[in-house]
Design a protein around this ligand. Sequence first.
Ligand code: SAM
Ligand code: SF4
Length: 350
Amino acid sequence: MTKSDTRFQRFLKPSGSEGENILTDTFGRKHNYLRISLTERCNLRCTYCMPAEGIQLSPKAHIMTYEEIYTIAKEFVAMGVTKIRLTGGEPLVRKDAALIMEKLATLPVQLTLTTNGVIVDKFIDHFKKCGIKTLNVSLDSLDATKNKEITRRSYFDKVYQHIILLVNEGFQVKVNCVLMKGYNDNEIIDFINLSKDLPIQIRFIEFMPFDGNRWNMDKLVSLQEILSEVYSNFKENEIIKLKDALNDTTKSYQIAGSQGTFAIISSVTNPFCDGCNRIRLTANGQIKNCLFSSKESDLLTLLREGKPIAPIIQKAIQAKFKVRSGMDTLDKFKQSDVHSKNRSMITIGG
Ligand code: SAM
Ligand code: SF4
């Protein structure tokens, strides 16, 4: 037995030891947050997420059924998961999305989702019924024309109104905005001003590289650049740094007197891997132990063969790198073959 096998054996406890949080990796990080992608399909075509030429969808038979999603989620909960986020693709375009939410709501977890907001109005009562209290909604520009250029669809008005609707209905809303140079980097202050009047959190996300999204470092708007824009538009004593929790991906701030806050997700220039508690399940049933990992573990095939899935989940956790699946320097981002081996974001589930 090799040294790493021995290390793995230590964590190979039977599943069902609730409360023990057995999903601890070799760096002591506890994984209690599962992100499940419900579908590879989407009603938008965001340039940073979906390759211009489209994607090769997995055959329907390879996509987890709602029963399989529930079975896998239950196994994760038995291993210590306490929070589940539904994502995609666009999770709400899946025909049985409501049923999946209902099933998962029976588990002892905080259930939440990330959506592009286009059809959230149809789910308001359902969210309430399922105990969903927080939602992340993506909106990359406050200018309808620009929004159309980024999403390749014309839904700006709808999404904007749906954000207000969610707030009025009492949901906690975080607005995800991927910043890209020359597209929407001139809107940082407009977005922050939106958080003055609305009790929402604006989250600026650094543009990340995935297969087919034509990423390059020049398009990225860094944490440093965002903060320098903020500091040149507001007085220093108006900018309040808020406390971040260990597992937060965000560095959060508030402009004095605002109802809402703003935050920065700096996955590229300032990774937050030390506090990572996340594991991802793709719509076709593969575990990814890191957003940047090109390696996957096939849970769905095992499940369909009637084999136990707990050992492979533990193995995936033990294989997790300390930082971004080994992309531990900015220079490594510049090697394009590294990201082209990873899926496109739409098929991972961000
Ligand atoms: N369709 C839903 C939505 O757009 O919110 C959920 C799936 S989407 C893949 C999840 C999040 O990933 C969105 O907030 C999106 O902005 C973000 N995202 C997608 N591609 C990205 C990229 N290349 N860099 C940074 N964030 C990205
Ligand atoms: Fe669809 Fe979300 Fe990707 Fe945009 S970011 S293409 S809305 S999955």
